[in-house]
Design a protein around this ligand. Structure first.
Ligand code: ATP
Length: 253
């Protein structure tokens, strides 16, 4: 089933066209990688899909509904959640409180946090415990988020996004800045999230080993244009992609 349809999407900043006539689909169960050189338009495309930016032209459909230009907080309640390159954690709150707050994002009553019943808060913490377990953070639950290592904070950022129980989770460079061990650890968590929770995922990532290890499909952007899509094996052997990206950039293997 097609979950996300991006149709002829365009986004300009003044005279600069950052995303140009891009169309692709994400099917339920996909782990789609979005790659391309610096400045290719990946983050802009991500921001338009998730409702952080509105498109200059074109359409984004999620679960059959036109969500183009819709605010991100509404999109998350419909089941599309995302992470940001800079972790969006509350450093002074505990790890479990951070994830419990993430569960509110998908719930309209979350807007009325001050009025939540204690029963609801217990349910949020229950859900958060399940997520912490999946992310290997159970033993860290009571620590303040700022006390976590950098790698754990990045994992927490993904856990918060997953706590809203999305159908589609969009990850913005999830392993950027992690050492090889932390990157491998996060990749194995993402594999579990997919197999245990059945979450469809889209990931912007430069780290090709992570992309090759996780994604079943890859879309390649260059200068705002979609230049190739296919399986990871097809894409890395495509001369157009090698010329535009893989041959020029250091492949972080
Ligand atoms: N808010 C903005 N205002 C003006 N120009 C912008 C803005 N955001 C992005 N751009 C420009 O749009 C183009 C695409 O940028 P974008 O950040 O989407 O690329 P990217 O593929 O995510 O790059 P990177 O891999 O470096 O994160 C670049 O030329 C960038 O300078």
């Amino acid at each position: 089933m097609s979950m996300l349809q991006v149709e002829s999407l365009k986004r300009s900043f003044g005279g600069l066209v950052a995303v140009r006539n891009v169309s692709f689909e994400v099917n339920e169960g996909d782990f789609l990688g979005l790659i391309g050189p610096n400045g290719a338009g990946k983050t802009t495309l991500f921001n338009v899909i998730s409702g952080v930016l509105s498109p200059s032209a074109g359409t984004v459909r999620f679960l059959g509904r036109d969500i183009s230009g819709q605010p991100a907080n509404q999109t998350v309640r419909q089941g599309l959640s995302r992470t940001f390159q800079a972790a969006t954690i509350y450093p002074e709150a505990t790890v479990i409180e951070n994830v419990a707050r993430g569960t509110l994002a998908s719930n309209v009553s979350g807007l009325w946090g001050g009025f939540l019943s204690s029963k609801w808060r217990v349910a949020a913490k229950d859900k958060a415990s399940g997520v912490l377990d999946l992310f290997g953070l159970t033993r860290r639950a009571g620590l303040k988020a700022r006390e976590l290592s950098y790698g754990e904070q990045r994992r927490l950022g993904v856990a918060i996004a997953l706590a809203s129980e999305p159908r589609l989770l969009m990850l913005d460079e999830p392993v950027a800045g992690l050492n090889p061990e932390e990157a491998a650890e996060l990749a194995s968590v993402l594999r579990r999230v997919k197999s245990e929770r059945g979450v469809t995922m889209v990931m912007v990532e430069h780290h090709m080993r992570t992309v090759m290890g996780l994604c079943n499909r890859v879309v390649v952007l260059d200068h705002g244009t979609l230049i190739a899509q296919g399986t990871p094996a097809e894409v890395v052997s495509n001369p157009v992609v090698i010329e535009a990206y893989l041959g020029k950039e250091a492949i972080h293997a």
